[in-house]
Ligand binder design. Structure first.
Ligand code: GLA
Length: 413
């Protein structure tokens, strides 16, 4: 009888209206963690580069640092392996196996290590015949691979789309793996690259993608440069009418990894990535070397008020409101009628420029009679209480961003 009641309660919860996204109860806020690809790529020669090669040692060291240096406490809990972890062949029973030299303990042992640290483990596979780096892909083995990941204790799967065959095989493969993961009964976040591959061939049905995936990549791989970052931001803004409605608890557009703390971005550009990834409700998956990162980049990545904007329980993706005089104004509705607002200076010449921000420029979400204004980035500053038609003069550095929180009096105590 008890079971019948639980089944009824579960049915009511699962059928609640207004909960978009894959109904596995996971990623109700954008996933946060670390993913090896952009920084460590596919270095498999551990003799030549023992410190940076893709090996269990790298992930164990990263797990240690994630706990000891405050990353887990700040919310970054998924430690994710990308491509190049696999052996070149499946085993005699067709099961996937990790490269035996670089992962001598196997993935199960690594997952145990990661879990013992309070973290969760992510892994990478591909919907096609091979991964993008040429290791065995999952095509033809979706059930077996999903079960293998569940047996190992994997908590997130990044599912790439190289060597997929036809569009039909690509789409069926993504659906198939989603169902196979759910059938294992283990809670595994499903991170897809479905639209990135399918949009070259047909119009993306984002409602469907969101029904099968917890997050999805739409665009090219991020690189460690301002040029790459700008392309990502521009692409997202250009497609926002399609992307924004698809996002919500359990379903996130993924503009790819945070590259803060590497080599290619200036301080202002790092601020821009952190501010806009928060506004865009993007998964916050860092790809950097946490063993060696500057205190300034670390503080930016661990800024709790900025993370709170990304992780806001409403789960709304922000959007560009205005593009004028090489400034961009973005906003993200937050729970309780508050708003996050960002202003980016897209001019790449000269010094800081002044942007006059007035409350009347803001779009949908501003519901306060008294608004409490706080600048969060690049530095924190409390402006105090204003009415909804406030006017502020903001000084914004070239390629930099000012991020503000506009709290509605509905929630101010
Ligand atoms: C593709 C993906 C990247 C990364 C590589 C690995 O390019 O988009 O994020 O996973 O494959 O080979």
């Amino acid at each position: 009888m008890k079971c019948v009641w639980w089944a009824l309660i579960a049915a009511v919860v699962l059928c609640m209206p207004g909960v978009p996204g894959l109904n596995n109860g996971l990623a109700l806020t954008p996933p946060m963690g670390w993913l090896h690809w952009e920084r460590f790529m596919c270095e498999t020669d551990c003799v030549k580069d023992p410190t940076n090669c893709i090996s269990e040692q790298l992930f164990m060291q990263m797990a240690d640092v994630m706990v000891s240096n405050g990353w887990l406490k700040a919310g970054y809990k998924y430690l994710c392996i990308d491509d190049c972890w696999l052996a070149t062949h499946r085993d005699a029973n067709n099961r996937l196996q990790a490269d035996p030299t670089r992962f001598p303990g196997g993935i199960k042992k690594l997952a145990d290590y990661v879990h013992a640290h309070g973290l969760l483990l992510g892994i990478y596979q591909d919907v096609g015949k091979q991964t993008c780096a040429g290791y065995p892909g999952s095509q033809g083995f979706y059930e077996l691979d999903a079960q293998t990941f569940a047996d190992w204790g994997v908590d997130l799967l990044k599912f790439d789309g190289c060597y997929y065959g036809t569009l039909e095989q690509l789409e069926d493969g993504y659906r198939h793996m989603s169902i196979a993961l759910n059938r294992t009964g283990r809670h595994i976040v499903y991170s897809c690259e479905w639209p990135f591959y399918s949009r070259r061939l047909s119009k993306v049905n984002y409602t469907e993608v969101a029904e099968y995936c917890n997050s999805w990549r739409n665009f090219d791989d991020i690189q460690d440069s301002w040029t790459s970052l700008k392309t990502m931001i521009d692409f997202t803004a250009a497609l926002q009418d399609q992307l924004v409605p698809a996002a919500g608890p359990g379903a996130w557009n993924d503009p790819d990894m945070l590259v803060i703390g590497n080599f290619g971005l200036s301080w202002d550009q790092e601020v821009t990535q952190m501010a806009l990834w928060s506004i865009m409700a993007a998964p916050l998956l860092m790809s950097n070397d946490l063993r060696d990162i500057s205190p300034r980049s670390k503080a930016l990545l661990q800024n709790q008020e900025v993370i709170a904007i990304n992780q806001d329980s409403l789960g709304a993706q922000g959007y560009r409101v205005l593009k004028v005089d090489s400034f961009e104004l973005w906003e993200k509705p937050l729970a309780g009628g508050s708003l996050a607002v960002s202003v980016t200076n897209r001019k790449e010449i000269g010094g800081a420029r002044c942007f006059i921000l007035s409350g009347s420029m803001l779009g949908k979400g501003l519901a306060c009679k008294k608004c409490y204004l706080t600048q969060l980035l690049p530095t924190r500053y409390e402006y105090g209480s204003y009415n909804a038609t406030f006017v502020l003069q903001l000084s914004v550095n070239p390629s930099g961003t000012v991020l503000l929180k506009v709290e509605s009096d509905i929630i101010i105590k």
